[in-house]
Design a binder for this molecule. Structure first.
Ligand code: PLP
Length: 370
């Protein structure tokens, strides 16, 4: 699904030098590269504070802890997402309240979200799924009206631009109260292991996140709040510094691949290509088709026989997972999510796809879907 080796070959000299420098300095924990990457990312995103941490799941957990959410508080998120989003809500003893998504963007349905608000609701976690922003302007209006925090899950959409109705353009993750991202290797800005970050323009919140990520420590050996141990490795920061400079170029390469697929499948009766939101650019973390009247598993087998990988993100909706079973919902409650789980298929999407490979993939899909 990705070609991290091909991507590495093009930046090898710079990456290797960065790694070697960290080893030469043996500053493995909180070395200079971590601060440098933090500053680079703040500048790139146009956000006041970036707090690097160990992974995207931790970023979400630290954000929720910093917001002071307490057991029993309800947190609303989308039923069509990666499990990490709901997992941390549950782990902190908060109540995950799932709602359906829009059939076009696959992001949280704002009307359904507002309907799910109760006096116990404290936060909303919109997920910018597959590389495109949720309807942030509408989400922020609802959040303001009900005095709720908004935690953007930007794990799949780092670098995407969100445009408000008045034309103001900002980076995904900088609209809400706090943004959380992941540098998992296959993410759009991926390191060579685990990594994550939190972003916010709120000075107090930034301080709290930083403290919580470092054992709740304000000054060395002084612990003001309950914290966790969540750091971005210096080695990973050195790699991320090199890759951040290329993030826009990488997004452009992903968009070129998406344009190829779009053109190949345009007007096909059984294949629906990804929708493009007017308010967000798409950074194509995934290129996801919706199929009708096609045996999805047979298509996957056919593609696999031609050495073409494909994936189903996500095959089982959260509300139908054993771990998230709740009297709040049952099968049939989120028809859009359930339909998507039954019909989506993601094709290879990364920065190293050339025209020949793209043609081979799209021709093969079309051969099966005649
Ligand atoms: C990857 C991902 C996460 C978690 O990130 P990790 O770094 O793997 O912990 C959270 N939310 C979404 C939507 C993701 O895709």
């Amino acid at each position: 699904m990705v070609d991290l080796k091909g991507q590495y070959q093009k930046i090898k000299t710079e990456v290797d030098a960065g790694i070697q420098e960290v080893i030469n300095n043996t500053a493995f924990i909180n070395g200079p590269a971590v601060k440098e990457f933090q500053a680079d990312l703040e500048a790139y995103l146009g956000v006041k504070h970036v707090i690097p941490c160990a992974n995207g799941t931790d970023a979400l957990q630290i954000a929720m802890m910093a917001l002071g959410l307490k057991p029993g508080d309800e947190v609303i998120t989308a039923s069509f997402t990666y499990v990490a989003t709901a997992e941390v809500i549950g782990l902190l003893g908060l109540t995950p309240v799932l709602v359906d998504v829009y059939p076009d963007t696959f992001c949280i349905d704002v009307k359904a979200m507002e309907k799910a608000i109760t006096p116990k609701t404290k936060a909303i976690v919109p997920v910018h799924l597959f590389g495109q922003c949720a309807d942030m302007e509408a989400i922020m209006q609802v959040a303001k009206k009900h005095n709720l925090a908004v935690i953007e899950d930007v794990a799949q959409a780092i670098g995407a631009d969100y445009t408000f109705a008045n034309g103001t353009k900002v980076k995904a993750g900088t609209v809400g109260t706090i943004g959380c991202t992941s540098f998992f290797p296959s993410k759009n800005l991926g390191c060579y292991g685990d990594g994550g970050a939190i972003y916010t323009n709120d000075e107090e919140l930034a301080k709290k996140c930083k403290m919580i990520a470092h054992h709740g420590q304000s000054v060395q050996y002084v612990h003001d709040v309950l914290g966790v141990n969540s750091r971005l490795d210096t080695l990973q920061a050195a790699i991320l510094k090199v890759k951040l400079k290329r993030l826009d170029e990488y997004a452009a390469a992903r968009n070129r691949a998406a344009a190829h697929y779009d053109k190949a499948f345009a007007g096909h009766a059984k294949i629906k290509t990804p929708f493009r939101s007017k308010s967000s650019t798409h950074v194509f973390h995934q290129y996801t088709l919706q199929l009708t009247g096609i045996d999805r598993n047979k298509l996957r087998e056919f593609l696999a026989s031609k050495d073409i990988p494909s994936m189903i993100y996500y095959p089982i909706p959260l509300h139908m997972q054993k771990a998230y079973a709740s009297p709040l919902y049952k099968e049939g409650d989120f028809p859009v999510t359930e339909k998507l789980c039954a019909s989506v298929l993601s094709l290879p999407m990364h920065t190293e796809l050339d025209e020949q490979t793209l043609s081979y993939i799209s021709t093969s899909v079309l051969e099966f879907c005649k």
